[in-house]
Design a protein around this ligand. Structure first.
Ligand code: GAP
Length: 494
């Protein structure tokens, strides 16, 4: 639930991050040459590296650091009954309202949040707070008539028709559907998965048996998920196609609170290890529990537009396995020989959005600082991304394009490219080349200069301090490795 009601698109800091993401090859609007597709985005050369590093960190921290967690990669398409069992066909809805004059459809809660933002910017924060509280109460009770009446009483008008001629508020299912096979009829309808979790639940027995897992154990997965989100205005915060990193931890019934608390701790520490400050992270207990949960909390990060969810931790009980057991008529039981009993395991889920974590890391690392004195004073922009996550680990520069320096620089590049993602550049002044690397967050720039010819040393210029240290060419691999290894983050988590 929103507790910060500043409209994200009005936020200057956010605008700078979005502009930076596009200008420096991190994120582009999908199909931009055709004016784009709303809430769908593509990752550019540095974006894909950063996102892959975040996913890699998550995967390694789940699989390598926990002897009892294994991974899978399930298909996006699943048997349609999966979504009946999971509750998504019946309960995966957003409250929508149409304007009868413009025929435009809106999320009812977002219309009310926008009205609250208007109160806020008009200097009426009390009114804003009261409206949000009223709306939250109605949504928790699923009182759609009450939500409709609130929209009307607040005289909220359609931005297109400027009328308050609203339909009833109705629930709108967020799943995308398509057809499988050659005949397009309802019988062949199939959904694009709205969460990756169900691929794990339907494989519970396969994995438990084939990997000989004993409770408690976890199954982790990274993959695409799809939701027909109606509100699309927070850059990559709310996408229609996005990636989830989910882990289901199967436990004995009755032990869920212990494991829930444990996973809350493990997960928030994971975020901190990526360099996200404590002050910008918090837990937020759910007011309204999802249809599958008996306890749920969000880890929220303070984006430029307020604290927002980046990961959910849910106690899902035996809801999913129990329903799959009923609909598939296959026993989803586990025989626990320690207590000599069979049961349908309970589940604690950790569910993070790779794109939201990417957005968090990018927002958190964006820096604009004054450097220099007097006439030389200027603003320095750079990305202070944790070196273990940085898209490019080092850039190799010959100081000048002559005197044999490019040859040495290329040899260094060729030797190190097996270990690190590198950039080689020899054009423009070295100052401009440093600036360019700062803008994509490269932690180390290696310069090969005339002294290299004499004593086989090069400089490493560090991104954050801009300080330069001289090191032997032979030591370069270790020097860079010690600074940029993802293992540094893993050791902090372990
Ligand atoms: N399996 C549970 C589940 O899907 P969720 O809270 O709906 O729970 C989990 O989603 C995470 O997935 C969120 O914390 C968020 O990071 C990410 N996520 C959800 N919807 C998203 C969207 N439309 N765009 C980007 N990320 C999204």
């Amino acid at each position: 639930m929103t507790d910060n009601i500043t409209r994200p698109e009005d936020n200057v800091q956010l605008k700078n991050v979005i502009a930076h993401a596009k200008e420096y090859g991190f994120v582009y609007q999908s199909s931009e040459i055709y004016d784009g597709l709303q809430a769908v985005y593509d990752y550019g050369p540095y974006g894909v590296e950063l996102k892959n590093n975040i996913k890699d960190l998550w995967w390694q921290s789940m699989i390598k650091l926990h002897h009892n967690i294994v991974g899978i990669d399930a298909a996006i398409f699943m048997h349609p009954l999966t979504w009946k069992a999971s509750g998504h066909i019946d309960s995966f809805n957003d409250p929508m309202v149409d304007n009868k004059d413009s025929k435009k459809r809106y999320r009812a809660d977002v219309l009310l949040e926008d009205k609250a933002a208007e109160y806020e910017s008009n200097g009426e924060p009390e009114k804003a707070k009261a409206l949000i509280q009223k709306m939250s109460r109605l949504l928790v009770k699923e009182d759609l008539k009450g939500v409709h009446d609130l929209i009307v009483n607040e005289d909220i008008r359609c931005p297109v028709s400027n009328t308050a001629n609203w339909t009833d508020v109705r629930q709108f299912n967020l799943m995308f559907s398509t057809q499988i096979g050659s005949v397009a009829d309802d019988a062949n309808a199939i959904f694009l998965r709205p969460e990756t979790a169900q691929g794990i639940f339907v494989n519970f027995l396969n994995v438990q048996k084939t990997a000989r897992m004993k409770i408690p154990f976890g199954i982790a997965q990274i993959g695409k998920a799809f939701r027909n989100e109606i509100v699309a205005r927070q850059f990559i915060f709310r996408m229609r196609e996005f990636e989830q990193m989910e882990m289901q931890y199967f436990i004995r019934p009755g032990e869920e609170i212990k494991w829930y608390e444990q996973w809350k701790e493990i997960r928030i520490n994971w975020h901190k290890a990526m360099g996200i400050p404590d002050t910008k992270l918090r837990f937020h207990d759910h007011d309204k529990l999802a249809h599958y949960a008996n306890a749920a909390v969000d880890i929220e990060y303070e984006f430029p537009f307020g604290f927002k969810e980046v990961e959910g931790i849910h106690s899902r009980t035996d809801f999913d396995l129990g329903n799959h057991q009923e609909l598939s008529r296959k026993k989803m039981q586990y025989f626990d020989n320690e207590i000599n009993k069979s049961y349908v395991p309970y589940v604690i889920e950790t569910s993070a959005g790779a794109d939201r974590l990417f957005f968090m890391v990018l927002s958190n690392s964006f820096r604009e600082e004054e450097v220099g004195e007097g006439e030389n004073k200027k603003t320095r922009s750079y990305l202070k991304i944790h070196p273990g996550l940085a898209p490019v680990k080092a850039a190799i520069f010959p100081l000048v394009k002559k005197d044999g320096l490019p040859e040495i620089a290329k040899k260094i590049y060729n030797d190190l490219r097996f270990d690190f993602n590198l950039i080689y550049e020899e054009t423009q002044s070295i100052g401009k080349r440093y600036t360019r690397q700062d803008l994509i967050g490269t932690p180390c720039c290696v310069a090969i200069d005339h002294q290299t010819l004499e004593d086989d040393t090069v400089t490493i210029r560090e991104r954050d301090s801009m300080e330069q240290v001289r090191v032997k060419v032979d030591a370069l691999k270790d020097e860079i490795g010690n600074r940029v290894s993802i293992q540094n983050i893993l050791k902090e988590i372990a």
